[in-house]
Design a binder for this molecule. Structure first.
Ligand SMILES: Cc1ncc(COP(=O)(O)O)c(C=O)c1O
Length: 416
């Protein structure tokens, strides 16, 4: 292979046939273009043209972290012992794990051994990525529903495993269908990851879904992982169940990821956890111990305050999202774009309107940015089966959402 770039072109290469250092590893080349890179790029281009961009692209909560949580961070950050490396057996670390176990018990009636069945993470995204690294060899399959939150499939690719997508469709309420899976694929599968309430489709499940999944998976030597990031962002009386509520789940290879990012508006703080089967957690902890030093202790104190403090802040946030959802779904209807009203999450999953069906979801998103100054996420950013859709993240105040609707309405009409 010819050398394309060298850091300094005056240097005469000692090994002329050797590929440039600028070539990324093959595992990186196999990754699809990252969703948020696409979104950031579109945003930056529009902003550079002087457009007042309304960003409904990334699921990045705009609401503030509740003050008692910020206060806990503030106090904890001043203590010297909290400024040192986090150590797994430390006092703060032990209390954080206990707070998580207690939360699980209060919330789902699930008993967890705080020491062995809970593992704090630097955000659930980190843990999901490292799960594949911990468990997948290059002949192991990760079964990942599509569309999905990108790290679900990118984690499998980065770890060098084989990605097999399970198509989700409205016809099956965006739940994976197991029947078409061949015996060979099921035999090679080592990991399956689902996430409900679902990002991006907003689909929800009841406990029977997890019961059936565990029934299917328990004889197959497959790690069953659930991503419960949106368990608190639920509306109209719906409550989201946990995989670990299935009797015996944590004795099977079942684990569940969760995060403070959405419930407590702590996305930038980087704190989450995984709970469930102790052996799987031990391997994940071992993997992480070679890579990171855990979570800043002051952030752990803040997360303890979040989980053990008043939960009215969660309800208040949900109410704001519910109002935004109602406003936006109604508003889209008025401009001729019918979408389903989600029971959970702060997203809207919408078909690209029929008169734009000749466009890919990315082309349609580009059109919305250019003509309306509104950024939304293209369905393909969530995997191949996201094509034909876009996702709105309702992370702007109502006034901005109204403006977005007006601008989108003009685009839909002008082009009609
Ligand atoms: C389904 C899902 N899982 C995980 C995450 C990441 O959460 P964290 O901030 O804990 O890494 C997100 C963020 O948008 C998400 O939508």
């Amino acid at each position: 292979m010819k050398r394309k770039t060298t850091p300094d072109s005056k240097i005469k290469p000692e090994f002329p046939g050797k590929p440039s250092v600028m070539h990324e590893a093959n595992r990186m080349k196999r990754l699809p273009l990252y969703l948020f890179t696409i979104i950031d790029d579109l945003k930056a281009k529009a902003a550079a043209r002087g457009v007042d961009v309304i960003d409904l692209g990334m699921g990045n909560p705009d609401l503030p972290t509740p003050p008692h949580i910020v206060e806990a961070l503030h106090n904890a950050a001043k203590k010297v012992e909290n400024q040192r490396y986090s150590r797994p057996k430390g006092d703060v670390e032990r209390r954080f794990k206990q707070a998580i176990a207690k939360w699980y018990h209060q919330r789902f009636g699930v008993e967890l051994d705080a020491e062995r069945e809970v593992l704090p993470l630097i955000g659930s995204k980190e843990g999901i990525a490292h799960l594949s690294l911990a468990f997948l060899n290059n002949d192991d399959i990760g079964l990942i529903p599509s569309p999905a939150y990108p790290v679900h499939f990118n984690g499998v690719i980065m770890a060098g495993g084989i990605l097999v997508s399970l198509p989700l469709s409205a016809e099956h309420d965006y739940k994976p269908v197991f029947k078409p899976l061949s015996k060979e694929i099921t035999r090679m599968a080592k990991l399956m990851l689902v996430g409900y309430p679902h990002n991006p489709t907003t689909a929800t499940v009841d406990l029977d879904f997890y019961r059936e999944w565990v029934d299917w998976g328990k004889s197959k030597e497959i790690i069953m992982a659930s991503d419960l990031a949106y368990s608190d962002i639920v509306f109209d009386g719906y409550t989201a169940p946990s995989l670990l509520q299935v009797p015996g789940a944590k004795e099977l290879p079942c684990i569940e990821f969760h995060t403070c990012s959405k419930s407590y508006n702590m996305a930038g703080w980087r704190v989450g956890w995984v709970a469930g089967n102790a052996e799987i957690l031990a391997s994940l902890e071992k993997t992480k111990s070679y890579i990171d030093f855990g979570i800043f202790r002051a952030v752990q104190e803040a997360a303890i305050a979040a989980l053990t403090g008043p939960q009215s802040c969660v309800k208040e946030g949900v109410e704001i999202y519910r109002k935004r959802r109602d406003l936006f779904v109604e508003g889209l209807k008025k401009i001729g774009w019918e979408v389903a009203k989600p029971k959970a999450t702060f997203y809207i999953w919408a078909h690209v309107p029929p008169k734009f069906s000749a466009l890919s979801s990315l082309e349609f998103v580009q059109l919305l940015v250019e003509e309306a100054g509104v950024v939304v996420a293209p369905g393909t950013g969530f995997g191949e089966y996201g094509e034909g859709f876009v996702r709105f993240a309702l992370v702007e105040p109502e006034e901005r959402l109204k403006t977005a609707l007006e601008r989108i309405g003009k685009v839909l009409n002008i082009s009609g």
